[in-house]
Design a protein around this ligand. Structure first.
Ligand code: 6GU
Length: 269
């Protein structure tokens, strides 16, 4: 078995991350597939008020997270790493941990990013609040981590906690063994750049609505073709940007998309 992936999360709201102990990820932690560490940033402050923020130099609205608590928290995590590799005997230095800093100013996290990060040994999530973290910590962190600012989409959240949970869920379900049936990973939206086909279960007639007949036919080739057509149509309808990224479709696929697109035109004319 491959060694567990280590995931550390630093936040001033560690309780927010408690949800990670539930469900599939919680099970993966119990099974030792993931080692999860949740750290309270305030544990790395030493004043009476456990201060983590201050006003921005240069003025402006909001508060900025102070550098020192973050550096101490990240050093604590790096220190635990170093302990783990003591005495392993010079097989070269281990890869640097990936430091993911959730921020609406980062590149957008997508399924490809999830796949890439699922191969890492150690992910660290630095959940900022307020207007963000003092830039000098991020500059300093470049010497110790593979620094990855990441947005989860074009909207603004109050802090990085929910964004981190989104990314952790998307990444950890790709770690071998976390999902019981790995086939379900290859048959889902975004896996190959297309959205998923519609799905149905019993009864075959529900309140007068029939299941598409081909799905009851037992003709696996016809079913596969029907499903691909629905994926192409659905993607052309709601995510034409994804279709454009796919590059050249074969002529059969192209015909389905063209038919869909010309139907749309005649409807709006
Ligand atoms: Cl990753 N963080 C925050 N605070 N806001 C966001 C985001 C991340 N992604 C989109 N909005």
């Amino acid at each position: 078995m491959s060694p567990a992936m280590r995931i550390d999360v630093v936040s001033i709201f560690p309780d927010y991350l408690a949800g990670l102990q539930l469900s599939l990820i919680g099970k993966a932690v119990e099974q030792g597939l993931i080692e999860l560490g949740i750290h309270d940033l305030r544990e790395f402050t030493f004043d009476r008020h456990r201060t983590v923020d201050d006003s921005p130099y240069g003025g402006g609205a909001g508060m900025v997270m102070k550098a020192e608590p973050w550096a101490l928290a990240l050093e604590h995590i790096l220190g635990a790493d170093a302990e783990g590799t003591e005495g392993t005997g010079g097989a070269g230095s281990p890869p640097r941990p990936v430091l993911i800093v959730p921020s609406p100013a980062g590149p957008v996290f997508d399924q490809r990013t999830a796949e890439e990060l699922a191969g890492a040994d150690h992910l660290v999530f630095a959940c900022g609040r307020y207007e963000g973290i003092d830039q000098r910590v991020l500059d300093w962190a470049q010497d110790h981590f593979d620094l990855r600012p990441m947005s989860i989409g074009d909207y603004v959240l109050n802090g990085g906690e929910v964004a981190s949970m989104v990314m952790i869920e998307a990444i950890s379900r790709l770690i071998p063994g976390v999902i019981g049936n790995p086939e379900s990973l290859t048959e889902e939206s975004h896996e190959d750049g297309l959205l998923e086909y519609p799905i149905y279960t019993k009864p075959a007639n529900w309140r007068g609505h029939e299941v598409p007949e081909v799905l009851l036919s037992g003709n696996h080739q016809a079913i596969a073709r029907w499903r691909r057509d629905r994926r192409l149509e659905r993607t052309a309808e709601v995510r034409p940007d994804l279709l454009a990224r796919l590059g050249d479709l074969d002529s059969r696929d192209r015909a389905v998309v063209d038919r869909f697109e010309s139907r749309g035109e005649t409807m709006t004319e």
